[in-house]
Design a protein around this ligand. Structure first.
Ligand SMILES: Nc1ncnc2c1ncn2[C@@H]1O[C@H](COP(=O)(O)OP(=O)(O)OP(=O)(O)O)[C@@H](O)[C@H]1O
Ligand SMILES: [Mg+2]
Length: 430
C-alpha cells in the first residue's frame, strides 16, 4: 500500500476544524482524538484565522463564539459557510440570540456554555455524512493549524524536541523555541544533548562548560556553573564527544548526574520553559521521560512521516504510568519544507494512516510549517541565532511558541511569580 493512500484507515473520517480559545479546543480535541470517525485537521484561534481555515472546507466546525466580539460579527462569519457548524455561545446569552444563531443555514446546533461532545459525536457524524451525500467530494484538507497546545501544565513546560530521524532541524528549532520563550520574558533553559553538540557553535557560545561539568558536580551550584547565556536564555551545552554521551546514557534514571536529575534540578531553579534537544538515540528516552511535551520535528517527506509515527508511538504507547507526555501534548512541526514537497495535509494523511496501521487512533495535526530558509545555516555558521536570520523562519516559530508558552511577549516580571499565560500557568521573572 502506498503511503499517501489511506485505504480504509481514516480516508472516510470526517474532517474537523476546531475554532476557539486553546483551552477549549484542547478539551474538544481530547474528546474527538480517540474517535476514528473524526480527523481534526486544523485549529483556529481568532476570527481571521477561522476565515482562512474555512477556505479548506472542513466538514465540521466546532466554534467557540467568544472569539467574536459580538453576535453580529459571528453571524457575518457564518454566512456562506458550507460546513456543518456547532456553535458554543456564552452561558448567559438571551434565548433570542441562541435562536438567531441556530437559524443560520450552516449551523446544525447552537449551545449555551458547553455540550457533551461524546454525546454529540453521533449527531455530528450523521450531519457530516448527510452533507457529503449532497456535496461533490471535498478537496483535501490542510493538516495545519494549532493543535491543542496540550493539557494544562502547572507552571512548567518541559519540552523534548525529538524524532527518530536525524537532521530534521531539531537542534535549530529547539534553540529557536527556547530563545523565543526567553524573549517573551520567561525564564528559559535550553539543554543540548548532542555529541559533539552543535548548539554552542550555532549560538556563538563556547564548547565549555557543558553537560560533563554538570555530571562532575550534579548539584544546584554545579548546574549554575555549567550554564552559558544567549541574552536572557540560559544554555547548557551538550556533550563534547561520543564517550561522554555514552557515559550519560548508561546512568540509571535516578542517578544524581542523570538527565532526569538535571531536569529536576532545573525545575527547582524556577524555569518556566525547559527545552531539551534530544538526539535520535542515546539519552533521548531519558529526555522524553523527563518531559511533559514533545515537539516532533520532521521534514515533509514520507520517510520522516514514518519516523515521526514511530517516535510518536514510543512516546504515547508506553504512556501508562511510564511517560508523562499525553497525546495532546505532542506538537508536530514540518521543517525545511520546500515547494514541490508533500503538502502538510498529504504528509498528515500519510502519518495518520501509518499510525492507524500500527493500531493507534491517529496522528496529531501539523502545528506549524517552517519553510526551507537558506539564511538559517548561514546565520548558524556565524554563531547567530536562526531566529534572527529571517522572518520566514521566525514567523512559524513565534506561532509555535505562542501555542506552547502563551501569547504574551516580553514583560517585566521579576520575582518569579506565577501568572496565567494562554492556557498554562507559568512562572515569570528571575
Ligand atoms: N528551516 C530551515 N531552513 C534551512 N535550513 C535549515 C532549517 N532548519 C534546519 N536547517 C539546517 O539543517 C541542518 C540540520 O539542522 P539541525 O542540526 O537543527 O538538525 P538536527 O535534527 O538537530 O540534526 P542532527 O540529527 O544532526 O542532530 C543544519 O545545517 C541547519 O542549519
Ligand atoms: Mg541536532
Amino acid at each position: 500500500m502506498g503511503w499517501t493512500t489511506t485505504g480504509n484507515n481514516g480516508a472516510d473520517a470526517v474532517t474537523v476544524l476546531l475554532a476557539g480559545a486553546p483551552d477549549r479546543t484542547h478539551v474538544w480535541y481530547t474528546a474527538l482524538a480517540s474517535d476514528a470517525r473524526f480527523r481534526v485537521v486544523s485549529y483556529a484561534t481568532d476570527p481571521q484565522d477561522v476565515k482562512v481555515k474555512l477556505a479548506s472546507n472542513p466538514e465540521i466546525v466546532l466554534l467557540d463564539a467568544t472569539i467574536y466580539p459580538g453576535p453580529d460579527a459571528l453571524m457575518q462569519a457564518l454566512a456562506g459557510v458550507s460546513s456543518a457548524v456547532y456553535v458554543f455561545l456564552p452561558p448567559d446569552v438571551p434565548q433570542e440570540i441562541v435562536e438567531q444563531v441556530g437559524s443560520q443555514p450552516a449551523v446544525k446546533a447552537s449551545f449555551r456554555g458547553d455540550a457533551n461532545l461524546v454525546e454529540l459525536a453521533g449527531r455530528m457524524y450523521a450531519d457530516a455524512l448527510a452533507l457529503r451525500r449532497q456535496a461533490p467530494a471535498a478537496p483535501q484538507m490542510w493538516g495545519g493549524g494549532r493543535p491543542t497546545g496540550g493539557t494544562a501544565v502547572a507552571g512548567l513546560r518541559i519540552i523534548t524536541v525529538w524524532n527518530r530521524a536525524g537532521g530534521t532541524g531539531r537542534s535549530t528549532l529547539a534553540a529557536a523555541l527556547a530563545l523565543d520563550a526567553a524573549r517573551k520574558g520567561l525564564r528559559a533553559l535550553l539543554v543540548g544533548l548532542g555529541a559533539p553538540d552543535v548548539l554552542p557553535l550555532h549560538l556563538g557560545l563556547k564548547p565549555d562548560p557543558n553537560f560533563t561539568h554538570w555530571m562532575q558536580n550534579p548539584t544546584q551550584e554545579g548546574f549554575q556553573a555549567a550554564l552559558q547565556q544567549v541574552g536572557s536564555l540560559d544554555v547548557l551545552a551538550g556533550f563534547p564527544d561520543v564517550l561522554s554521551e555514552a557515559r550519560a546514557a548508561s546512568l540509571p534514571k535516578d542517578d544524581s548526574a542523570s538527565v532526569q536529575s538535571l531536569v529536576t534540578t532545573a525545575a527547582y531553579a524556577n524555569y518556566a520553559a525547559i527545552v531539551l534537544d534530544a538526539p535520535v538515540g542515546g539519552v533521548a528516552p531519558f529526555a522524553v521521560a523527563a518531559s511533559n511535551t514533545l515537539v516532533l520535528v520532521a521534514r515533509a517527506t514520507l520517510a520522516d512521516a514514518w519516523a515521526s509515527v514511530e517516535a510518536y508511538r514510543t512516546v504515547v504507547q508506553r504512556a501508562a504510568g511510564q511517560h508523562r507526555i499525553a497525546a495532546g501534548n505532542v506538537v508536530v512541526v514540518l521543517n525545511m519544507r520546500d515547494s514541490g514537497q508533500l503538502t502538510p495535509d498529504e504528509w498528515h494523511q500519510a502519518a495518520d494512516a501509518a499510525a492507524k496501521n500500527l493500531g493507534l487512533s491517529g496522528f496529531p495535526p501539523v502545528a506549524a510549517v517552517v519553510p526551507y530558509v537558506a539564511d538559517v545555516p548561514v546565520a548558524q555558521d556565524q554563531g547567530r541565532p536562526a531566529l534572527d536570520a529571517s522572518d520566514a523562519f521566525a514567523r512559524p516559530v513565534h506561532k509555535l511558541s505562542d501555542m506552547l508558552f502563551g501569547g504574551a511577549r516580553q514583560a517585566s516580571g521579576r520575582g518569579g511569580k506565577a501568572i496565567k499565560l494562554g492556557f498554562i500557568k507559568i512562572r515569570k521573572g528571575k
